[in-house]
Design a binder for this molecule. Structure first.
Ligand code: CA
Length: 227
C-alpha cells in the first residue's frame, strides 16, 4: 500500500484529503505544522508528501529543502496563494508538482497518480547497476543505500556486507564466507563479527521501516531475500 504524508495546518482540509486518500486505498499520516511534518518525513518511509507552503513553526519551502537533503520522495506543494514566486521557489527547491487551493479532489488524485508513476518509472535517476530487494536499493557506484526513498547512513563495513548479501540474493551465505569476503582474512573461528554487523544492519535498514530482508539460517549463516 502506498504511503502518503499530508503536512497541512488547516485541519479540516487535511482531514478531508485524508478521508479521500484512504478511500482510494492509500495509507495516510498527517502533520499540522512544519516541524512535526519534517520529523515524520525524515524518519518514516513515505511514497509521496503533500506539503502546504504556509505552515506554522517552519514554512513548507524550508521543510522541502530539508527533506531534499536526505530524500528524493515526490512532494506536491499546496498553497492558497496563486503567487508565481511560490511556484518557482517550490519547484527550485525540488517539488515534483504544485497545486493551488482551493483544488478539486479529482485533480489532486490525478496529480498524485502521475507523481507516483514517475517515481516508479524513474529510470533516469536509477543507476542500471542498482541492487534491489523489496523496498531496499543499493547503488554500488554512488555508495548509496535507500529504504523507500530514505537515504540510510552506513559505515563502510556495513555497506560492504549489505552489498555482498544483495549480490547473492536468495543464496544462503555461511558466516565463514562472509568473514573471508568482507573482512578479507581467515578468522580462526569463534568471532561474532558477522552477527554483530548483521545486527547493526537490521537496526538501520529493517527495524525502523518494519521490513525483513535478512534472514538467519540456524547453524549456517544468513540469506537476504526479497520480502
Ligand atoms: Ca496553511
Amino acid at each position: 500500500m502506498e504511503r502518503i504524508l499530508i503536512i497541512e495546518d488547516e485541519e479540516k482540509l487535511a482531514r478531508f484529503v485524508e478521508l479521500e486518500l484512504s478511500y482510494e486505498g492509500y495509507e495516510v499520516e498527517k502533520a499540522h505544522d512544519g516541524r512535526d511534518g519534517l520529523l515524520l518525513a525524515t524518519t518514516r518511509p513515505f511514497d509521496l508528501i503533500l506539503l502546504d507552503i504556509l505552515l506554522p513553526s517552519l514554512n513548507g519551502i524550508e521543510v522541502l529543502r530539508r527533506i531534499r537533503k536526505i530524500s528524493a520522495v515526490p512532494v506536491i506543494l499546496l498553497t492558497a496563494r496563486d503567487a508565481v514566486v511560490d511556484k518557482v521557489t517550490g519547484l527550485d527547491a525540488g517539488a515534483e508538482d504544485y497545486l493551488t487551493k482551493p483544488f478539486a479532489i479529482e485533480e489532486l488524485l490525478a496529480r498524485i497518480r502521475v507523481a507516483l508513476r514517475k517515481k516508479t518509472n524513474g529510470s533516469s535517476v536509477v543507476s542500471s547497476n542498482e541492487l534491489i530487494a523489496g523496498d531496499l536499493s543499493l547503488d554500488p557506484e554512488a555508495r548509496l543505500v535507500k529504504v523507500h526513498s530514505v537515504v540510510i547512513d552506513l559505515t563502510k563495513r556495513e555497506f560492504d556486507l549489505l552489498e555482498y548479501l544483495l549480490r547473492n540474493k536468495n543464496i544462503v551465505i555461511s558466516r565463514d564466507t562472509l568473514l573471508q569476503e568482507i573482512w578479507g582474512y581467515d578468522f580462526a573461528g569463534g568471532t561474532n563479527a558477522v552477527d554483530v554487523y548483521i545486527r547493526y544492519l537490521r537496526a538501520k535498514i529493517e527495524e525502523p521501516y518494519e521490513i525483513n530482508l535478512i534472514h538467519t539460517v540456524r547453524g549456517v549463516g544468513y540469506v537476504l531475500k526479497d520480502e
